[in-house]
Design a protein around this ligand. Structure first.
Ligand code: HEC
Ligand code: HEC
Ligand code: HEC
Ligand code: HEC
Ligand code: HEC
Length: 407
């Protein structure tokens, strides 16, 4: 399946090109579930491809593979209609009026229309949600997450759909407390840290949900300790380790020098380079492990230098190492290869601000705005600069533009 994920996932490459039969996490760093790419409950929202969805499904965890449904060569589905699902699911239970509740040969009676709803992107790209979830209209009521019943029954309310499901099916699959908390977290609720940690430590929830909860820890915690992360560092689930590596900045540097260090020698490159990122402050001569992981980190950024993000990421490493001029060069490179990437201008202007070069700072914002006149965040940042510079009237203008184009 790693071979399929290489392309059908939302991820950042760590190497140049794709090497078949080599582990996904040695070549890519996948994105976790977060807003605005996914809905709060993990349904697809933007184009997120298959990986993040399929990992949420019980089928993935039970060992079901892409090629159980897709022909290995043509990639077409193996069986048309409900027969695809009835390869494994009992027709006596599911291919029945009591479960389908719509005529077998109608759209409403198709397993995939209830468990794998379709979303069309940009009018042409139809994608089906590979998380194979149970429709939950109650989440529409609480969070406006879509539910497939109302996608068809647009003239009915979510509470109608909820009542129908309770009446027809009995509602046998309530969310657990921690699952419900995870949705709150994705909805940007502030949870007490204990409640947040309970999600991560609940082994009944699958790996990608718990890893995504780790990635969201900055919402609940300003600081973590070695005691809190020890089990995650030692987890047998690689995404738990990857997410832990990502939030390394939440550990004070002294705490990072404890069990976190072992992530530098993790089995997977994705984990090692993330850990290296947050250990640069120890100094490269700290250990050969750090040196090696650092080399991998640099080469992983080098493969992305043709995109705006590549130069940006490289500059952050260089800033961490106090290399100011190289960081400026990386950001200028980023702007050259992708003038439509506002973050590079903002970070470059910020370096000029900190080195007390307000003219260069201003010129950088102006160049950024000329290339990206509709970037709210550029207008906003420029406005802050103007305030610092005493240009009050001009800043008001910038903030108006920022509001017009949204941040
Ligand atoms: C080298 C990249 C790459 C790899 C590896 C890859 N795919 Fe694809 N696949 C694509 C692209 C590109 C498309 C077309 C765009 C799209 O639909 O996302 C595609 C399309 C598909 C489609 C839709 C085909 C159709 O007729 O509509 C399926 C299904 C699919 N791939 C399944 C798989 C599976 C299963 C694997 C692993 C066995 C796999 N792919 C491996 C790149 C890849
Ligand atoms: C290769 C076998 C296989 C095929 C094919 C298959 N499933 Fe499954 N499915 C499973 C297994 C195994 C589970 C997990 C059962 C468990 O953990 O209780 C599962 C679980 C589910 C669940 C439960 C999800 C939940 O959250 O409780 C749904 C819904 C589902 N499948 C829908 C489908 C649909 C729709 C299709 C056809 C598009 C399909 N399955 C095809 C094997 C399969
Ligand atoms: C009209 C919508 C609809 C269709 C069509 C449908 N399901 Fe379901 N399915 C549901 C709902 C709703 C639940 C949740 C039931 C509950 O919570 O008690 C569910 C639950 C399930 C589950 C989870 C385990 C369980 O029994 O609670 C599986 C597996 C499943 N469906 C498989 C299928 C398969 C296979 C098909 C096609 C043969 C299918 N479903 C067609 C709505 C549908
Ligand atoms: C339980 C069955 C099932 C499994 C398992 C499954 N798919 Fe699919 N997949 C489908 C169905 C059904 C469609 C819709 C096909 C259609 O409409 O022709 C689909 C569509 C796709 C498409 C076309 C674009 C889209 O998103 O709808 C891609 C790409 C794809 N699958 C990739 C994968 C990959 C990669 C895996 C494994 C990681 C996988 N699928 C596992 C059933 C499955
Ligand atoms: C793919 C579209 C589609 C989906 C998804 C769908 N339905 Fe329907 N549903 C229909 C259509 C069309 C009818 C009316 C004609 C028929 O029976 O096929 C209908 C009829 C019904 C009816 C009986 C008539 C009525 O309006 O009172 C109920 C109840 C119902 N659906 C409930 C649900 C529930 C609950 C879900 C989600 C679990 C759901 N449907 C999902 C298309 C869909």
């Amino acid at each position: 399946m790693d071979n399929c994920f290489a392309c059908h996932s939302l991820r950042t490459p760590l190497t140049d090109g794709i090497t078949p039969n080599s582990a996904f996490l040695d070549q890519f760093s996948p994105s976790f579930l977060s807003q605005p790419m996914y809905h709060v409950d993990g349904q697809i929202k933007e184009e997120v491809y298959v990986y993040g969805s399929f990992l949420q499904s019980k089928m993935f965890h039970a060992g079901v593979n892409c090629i159980d449904c897709h022909n290995q060569h043509t990639m077409k589905i193996k069986v048309q209609g409900n027969g695809l699902c009835l390869q494994c699911h009992n027709a006596e239970v599911y291919q029945q009026p009591a479960h389908l509740n719509h005529p077998e040969d109608s759209a409403g009676g198709q397993c995939i229309n209830c468990h794998m709803p379709e979303k069309t992107y940009m009018g042409v790209d139809a994608r089906r949600d590979h998380s194979f979830r149970i429709p939950r209209p109650e989440l529409t009521q609480a969070y406006q997450a879509p539910n497939t019943c109302n996608t068809c029954h647009q003239d009915k309310s979510a509470s109608w759909a909820k009542n129908q499901i309770t009446k027809l099916y009995g509602n046998n699959n309530p969310l657990s407390k921690t699952e419900a908390d995870l949705i709150k977290l994705q909805h940007q609720f502030m949870l007490p840290l204990d409640q947040h940690l309970a999600i991560i430590n609940d082994k009944n929830i699958n790996e990608i949900y718990r890893a995504s909860a780790i990635a969201l820890l900055p919402n609940s915690a300003q600081e973590l300790s070695d005691v809190q992360i020890k089990n995650w560092v030692n987890s047998s689930e690689p995404l738990i380790r990857l997410a832990t590596a990502q939030v390394g900045f939440l550990l004070p540097i002294a705490e990072r020098s404890k069990s976190y260090l072992s992530l530098l020698t993790d089995e997977f490159k994705a984990v090692r380079v993330q850990a290296a990122n947050h250990l640069l402050q120890l100094g490269l001569n700290h250990s050969t492990q750090l040196e090696q992981a650092f080399d991998e980190l640099i080469s992983s950024h080098q493969v992305s230098m043709w995109r705006g993000e590549g130069g940006l990421n490289m500059s952050m490493v260089q800033l961490n190492l106090q290399q100011l001029d190289p960081a400026i060069q990386s950001l200028q490179h980023s702007i050259n290869v992708d003038p439509y990437f506002p973050a590079a201008y903002i970070n470059l202007a910020d370096i000029y601000r900190r080195s007390q070069a307000p003219e260069k700072e201003s010129a950088t914002y102006q160049k950024g705005i000329a290339a990206n006149p509709k970037s709210g965040i550029l207008h906003y940042s420029f406005g802050l600069h103007q305030i610092r510079n005493g240009e009050k009237q001009a800043s008001l203008n910038s903030f108006k533009q920022a509001i017009k184009f949204e941040l």
